[in-house]
Design a protein around this ligand. Structure first.
Ligand code: ZN
Ligand code: ZN
Length: 250
């Protein structure tokens, strides 16, 4: 299983990174985790846009799903003819959300061109992956993910505040992609995002093998994030970076 970080900028695209998008590949199957704004461009460095097999959208915030509108244009008006539907997993209401962003009521629903499926807490099979999902703590319905293949596991927090469910998804994961939207400051709202220290706490509780801090918000300094997460977690910690490929197993 290979994980490619396509975009890891938190909340909005930054000068050096698109918003959230991760490509997970195994046995030739290409699964996208989120397709945030700005991600469709750099995604083409790592995969043909007509070579994707499934998309999982964690939630309906623009920085996690908005480039689905542009991806729909690519598939609909492809020179070889409209490409057939691929499955898109997400929370309830995702089709209506994307339709509004795409063109409003005058346009035909994107649901006719993609195979939308609503996520619910539990485990599903997507291609060669076993995918466990659970609700995160965020203002809109949001799912975190645990992808397993051939005994190796990647966990992804999406956006969340403090979450026991996230500890469950990340339990024993080889790689834990965890959001760290805030540096250590006081007065942060609950059930929104994690600080780097809290990401470290979740990684430690989960016994994750490696922590990659992501959803890095451009207006924050990145310098202190690893130090703050490292105060809580003993394992390897790094910052997500576009173009980074993490190879798990053969
Ligand atoms: Zn976000
Ligand atoms: Zn969000």
């Amino acid at each position: 299983m290979d994980l490619t970080i396509v975009g890891c900028s938190g909340s909005f695209p930054g000068p050096d990174s698109a918003a959230s998008c991760y490509l997970v590949e195994a046995e030739g199957f290409r699964l996208l985790l989120d397709l945030g704004n700005g991600a469709l461009g750099p995604l083409q460095r790592y995969a043909g846009l007509d070579q994707l097999d499934a998309v999982c959208l964690s939630h309906a915030h623009a920085d996690h799903c908005l480039d689905m509108c542009s991806y729909d244009v690519f598939r609909t008006y492809h020179p070889a003819g409209q490409l057939g539907p691929i499955p898109v997993y997400g929370p309830a209401g995702m089709v209506a959300r994307l339709d509004r962003a795409s063109g409003g009521e005058s346009a035909e629903s994107m649901g006719t061109r993609f195979g939308f499926a609503e996520l619910a807490p539990g485990t599903i099979e997507i291609g060669p992956f076993t995918v466990a999902v659970d609700h995160m703590s965020h203002p809109v319905e949001t799912f975190g993910f645990r992808l397993s293949h051939s005994g190796r596991t990647v966990a992804y927090s999406a956006d969340t505040g403090l979450s026991d469910a996230l500890v469950g998804l990340a339990a024993g994961a080889d790689v834990f992609l965890c959001e760290a939207s805030f540096p250590e400051i006081g007065g942060l709202p609950p059930d929104l995002h994690l600080t780097a220290r809290q990401a470290g706490q979740h990684a430690a509780r989960a016994g994750a093998g490696e922590l990659i801090l992501t959803h890095l918000v451009p207006w924050n300094s990145k310098d202190q994030l690893i130090e703050q997460a490292g105060a809580e977690y003993d394992g390897p910690i790094s910052l997500a970076e576009p173009g980074r490929v993490v190879r798990l197993g053969g």
